[in-house]
Design a protein around this ligand. Structure first.
Ligand SMILES: *Cc1c(COP(=O)(O)O)cnc(C)c1O
Length: 383
């Protein structure tokens, strides 16, 4: 952090950490990777991350929506891209025009894809989605036979993959994963039964990669883990990953708050003694959660309130997080305007991870990362 040109608040993405994590995942699973880059690559920036992953030889990319896939194609990304989300008929022409792989999640959708492919004079590359317990999108395992048969017979479709999604893989002890794996295997057996070649079978998200080797099959689909974050406090760090994202800002204001005076909206926090308070120019308008406001005595709840690193020490957020600013009580410590403040990342001997921020805000690390919005400039190091 050397320049104060532009906004002093920055997300710094360490591309070397993403490289390290991709290789660590590959070394563990021994099958190809579909790197998940939906939701702006979990806040890390869709295009820079996708370009970097392509340069690292990633086999495939996965996104949630067709718009994300088109953005990748328009930026010159050439690797196969699967759109994981449910499809809308009128968008199918866009899938075909941009060579995006389609998730087909019902017989009805299969018919729509066939019709669109025939109309466009192209073959649609499809992955069949089986619902093994998530009940989100996908053909229920019990109806998979006729669905697979119809897809294999559809001349305008090339069945590239068959997949499902795990509901409970973040927890290494949860019995749901074995049940889903068994249902998925039963569904996949229909390909053998009708003498059709087995397409790519894929099931493992980050939790599956970490905890359930039986789910690795032909391809893994890690998202969060690729960015160096574990999905859950119960997760086991069976892959050595490093966090890729830091969020830093600078002190914009310093003052002394007198004992008995209050800080921020609602006057929810009262100084118990004369103390030093600094203001940091980041707020919920950037996606920094308002749930990191200091807990009030009248509503203690589960939240613990946020902390930041300043001059190598931890200090608590006080009062409510505003849209564009929040305040930090530094007690008797000193600080100067423009001092670096670390919201996520390392400073001195201490570090605040996304998982910690999530726990303090009463949410999951996914929501913290993807919430960091486009008002915050991204800076890329390494790569
Ligand atoms: C988001 C998503 C993933 C990646 O999940 P992580 O928990 O971030 O690894 C994998 N598969 C599907 C279908 C998804 O929607």
């Amino acid at each position: 952090m050397t320049s104060l040109a532009g906004r002093p608040t920055r997300i710094v993405v360490d591309l070397d950490a993403i490289t390290h994590n991709l290789h660590a995942i590959r070394a563990r699973v021994g099958v190809p990777t579909m790197a998940i880059v939906k939701a702006n690559a979990y806040g890390h920036g869709l295009l820079p991350v996708a370009r970097h992953l392509q340069a690292q030889g990633v086999e495939r990319l996965g996104v949630a929506f067709v718009e994300e896939g088109i953005a990748l194609r328009e930026a010159g990304i050439r690797v196969p891209i699967l759109v994981l989300g449910g499809i809308f008929g009128p968008q199918l022409g866009q899938f075909l025009a941009h060579d995006l792989e389609i998730t087909v999640s019902s017989l009805d959708k299969l018919r729509q894809v066939e019709a669109a492919a025939e109309a466009a004079g192209r073959k649609a590359a499809v992955h069949l989605k089986i619902d093994t317990g998530m009940a989100r999108i996908g053909v229920h395992g019990a109806s998979a036979g006729p669905f697979i048969e119809a897809a294999v017979a559809a001349r305008a479709c090339a069945v590239v993959g068959v997949y499902s999604h795990l509901a409970c893989a973040d927890d290494p002890a949860h019995p749901m994963t074995a049940l889903q794996l068994a249902r998925f295997a039963t569904a996949c057996a229909h390909f053998e039964r009708i003498g059709a070649p087995m397409p790519l079978r894929h099931l493992a998200n980050s939790g599956g990669v970490l905890h359930f080797p039986d789910t690795w099959l032909d391809l893994v689909r890690p998202g969060l883990l690729l960015y160096g974050v574990l999905p859950d406090p119960a997760a086991r760090a069976t892959v050595d990953v490093r966090p890729a994202l830091s969020l830093v800002s600078r002190v914009v204001y310093f003052k002394v708050v007198r004992a008995g005076d209050t800080v921020s909206y609602g006057a929810t926090w009262t100084a118990g003694r004369d103390t030093r308070v600094v203001t940091v120019p980041v707020g919920y308008g950037d996606g920094w959660p308002r749930a990191l406001s200091s807990p009030t005595a009248s509503a203690p709840g589960a939240r613990r309130g946020g902390e930041v690193l300043l001059r190598g020490r931890r200090h608590p957020l006080v009062g409510r997080v505003c849209m564009d600013q929040f305040m930090v009580d530094i007690g008797a410590d000193s600080a100067w305007n423009e001092d670096e403040v670390v919201l996520v990342g390392r400073q001195g001997d201490d570090a605040i991870g996304v998982a910690e921020v999530a726990e303090r805000a009463g949410t999951i690390p996914y929501e913290i990362l993807v919430g960091l919005n486009l008002r915050i400039p991204r800076e890329y190091v390494g790569g």
